[in-house]
Design a protein around this ligand. Sequence first.
Ligand code: PGA
Length: 264
Amino acid sequence: MRRKIIAGNWKMHMLRQPGTALASEISRVASANPEVDVVLCPPYTLLGAVGDAIGDSLASLGAQDAFWRDAGAYTGQVSPVMLIDAGVTYVIVGHSECRGRFGVPEPDFDETVLRHFGDTDRTVNLKLLACLSAGLRVICCVGETLGEREAGQTDATVQAQIEAAIVGAEDLSAVVVAYEPVWAIGTGRTCDTQEADRVCGVIRSHIRRLRGADAADRLRIQYGGSVKRSNARELLSMPNIDGALVGGASLVAQEFAGIIEACR
Ligand code: PGA
């Protein structure tokens, strides 16, 4: 039986006061639901404050990204060892927004600006390996754009992304995969429950082919993309969906608490 894992990706939201209040409230909910792993991923600026608010509750602290080197002349980057030093245990890597793939297209982000969001399958792999070797747990995001879905490339896209991400990672026990169809992120458009479960199953079958039955059966796969309290129970009851990666609804205590409670 795989433990459910609910992670809140705060993205570029929250200042200190509302952020610590939210984290305190969610920490209480986490401790009241010990059968669920609860992870809060605030922006870097709030890692310390949210870590303090989590205290010795059962919630875990997560980061939204990491660089692949321990230290060096990499202005603006944050390394896995720095995250460990800040009390972090989980890191999101390969989020579609870091790959420059947006659910809600940004009209003034032309090609030259999109390059800023530079993750590729190769950098996602470097980040995943660096985080694992530092002792962090990784939430590795994969997912197709609307164009890829309409072209019938959903399965091939997620298979290629997950295969590239885990190259050289022998042990997947500290890896969680998040299936996040790009067109469902921040759009209010949730993927149909059966279809979300089917694609999570495609990912699991691909891991089975690559790494064997044991690794596949143990791998936790989250769904992400417009998850809210009202659709969480149905999604979380599916056989291949072991949790949720939640953006917008993780910023509202009642919503996020409802998603955690929907694991029961
Ligand atoms: P959303 O974001 O829940 O706001 O759609 C999910 C994510 O990007 O992780």
